[in-house]
Design a protein around this ligand. Sequence first.
Ligand code: PLP
Length: 365
Amino acid sequence: MSHTVLEIDLSALEHNYDYLRSKLRPEVKMLAVVKAYAYGSESVAIAKKLEEKGVDYFAVAYTAEGITLREAGVKTPILVLHPQIENFAEIIEYNLEPSIYSFRVLKAFTEIAEAKGIKEYPIHIKFNTGLNRLGFKDVNEKDILDQLNATKALKVISLFSHLVASEDMNERRFTQYQIETFEKNAKHMIEGLGYAPMMHQSNTSAIINYPEAQFDMVRSGIGLFGYGNTQEEDLKLKPVATLKTVISQIHDVAVNETVGYNRAHTAAKLERSATLPIGHADGIARTYGKGRGYVMIHGKKAPIIGNVCMDMIMVNVTEIDCQEGDEVIVFGKDASAVALSARINSIPYELITAISQRVKRKIIE
Ligand SMILES: *Cc1c(COP(=O)(O)O)cnc(C)c1O
């Protein structure tokens, strides 16, 4: 070990894929959400492994993420969840499939597809059933249908929506309302189109909590990467990414000496501090400083002391038998990203996607 590395365990990914699949009716398709560098890991290696496993679809947030996959040779259909109009030419060029979430993008995409003389380009219609983020509402149905039925350039491959709180059982009634609303939207659309696109609404927590909402396909992100949004599910999944670093130097810090910028930590007694080559530029938020965050060294928690620097953190190893050069685990296998992120009132989604591109990714088969 000589530096900071994010290990990506593809066998953990396979395990999570098989586990989530086992929750689905056999005919239900699986879409893997690989946005944001596959939740901070490595999108090409992840997508290739999932393609090998027979995944049915991918989704990314932005067009450039889809292009990266296509350039790496990924052949599976790719839904772009949040395209912009200026991306539409590239979407077509790279055989990506846009989410159509407003009349503005519907009109723009229809025009460009018609101008290129394309027939039946695959698109996905997004409904807003309560998140109020992206999508059409019920009241739009007739106008969407009029526009879709007026062109031969587009073919609706799927109708979809996104749940607000599928992990929160206190919101069960609202989730059920969203599921019913989506079913109603989809029914009207299918009647009006005269053919039946796929329907999908579930993310990872809905796969776990709402088996009645599997429809034709589900969209899993966080679960594939090893987090199930409950303790019980976390035990059944395996973290794909493990962030490791190393002890660069150990200092004895005398009483009343301070550690780090702004003298944010003062030693109350003789302490030992270890300096690690990882900082806020690698994705360790400054809010983890001053004792809130910690790393694992030989299975023990070493709290971060003082302020997080750009390229380093200092941790307290007074009670830990360790040496310069020893391995340090920040999160992943044997170091819960759930527990660590909770220390700053965050969630694993944020912690794992924050690891910057400076950190080397190491793929483990
Ligand atoms: C990110 C995202 C998902 C995946 O959600 P997870 O909770 O990570 O499974 C599914 N659908 C949409 C629209 C998303 O933006």
